[in-house]
Design a protein around this ligand. Sequence first.
Ligand SMILES: [Zn+2]
Length: 314
Amino acid sequence: MVLKPVAVWVEKERLDGEIVDCLTIILRSKGCYWNRCLMCGYKKDTSKDVTMKDLIEQFRIALNKLNGAEVVKIFTSGSFLDSNEIPKEFRSFVYKSLSGKIRKLIVESRPEFVSEETAEELSSLDFATEVGIGLETADDFIREHCINKGFSFEDFRRAARMLRSHGVRVKAYLLLKPPFLSEGEAIRDVLKSIKAVRGLADIVSINPTNVQSGTYVERLWFKGLYRPPWLWSAVEVLRNAEIEAMCDPVAYGKSRGPHNCGKCDKDVAKAIRAFSLTQDPSIFEDLDCRCLKIWEKVVELEDYSRIPLALIYV
Ligand SMILES: [Zn+2]
């Protein structure tokens, strides 16, 4: 039986200030060896017995849709640079297949798989490369206790420096609103994290938490103990980012995804996506809704309604 990729689609992506087509491929792999993050439900897109042959077959199917796209993103619901998950020979096959066809390849990896060797393999290609690392937050306490990520800011710093010294671009994923943070704390945490990654990351991707099946976050959400972030919070972060920043509000408008009042979600999400491509903050100027005032109150008052996390660990 032929194992198909989890998903393949063409979307728009920024490349050297231009907006170009990007083929995005989600490959079914063995999955992330860590698999303990509180918000991550990507295990459902993986399969323990995926072989090298399966990966090649999936990639071949996906590549049929390249159709002149200049950027390719490959996600594996794990780490592209983890040779136990993605054999080195498969990575070589990918590089060879894309050679002469694209301008940029984007992959993802946990920092522990960024080594002299893997950085070197990405730097020796005839197209640009970028590695997305799920740092989530620059705050080690939040990353450990609210996300259970299993690596430190120092680990990220080491990996980012290694990649950049080989001419590989670094994208830092930042999680907007891990569990246990108030709306205001979540905004401040991302803005603080952006400052911390300046000089280490070329771009940040703000990922508003969505409630995925089978996760710890979902258990909290079922009990009414978690609400995904407001889309206004994502706008607030992007407006103040002062670095190239993008955001794809997955599941926006749904109770499981980042949402506002229901009436404005579509327009606000559209503006967030447009900003991600253009980096033009004037896109946000015309946005308005009656719920904006409610969000402002939430950000202002939520910290007073419970013990702010900041007070627990100082
Ligand atoms: Zn609204």
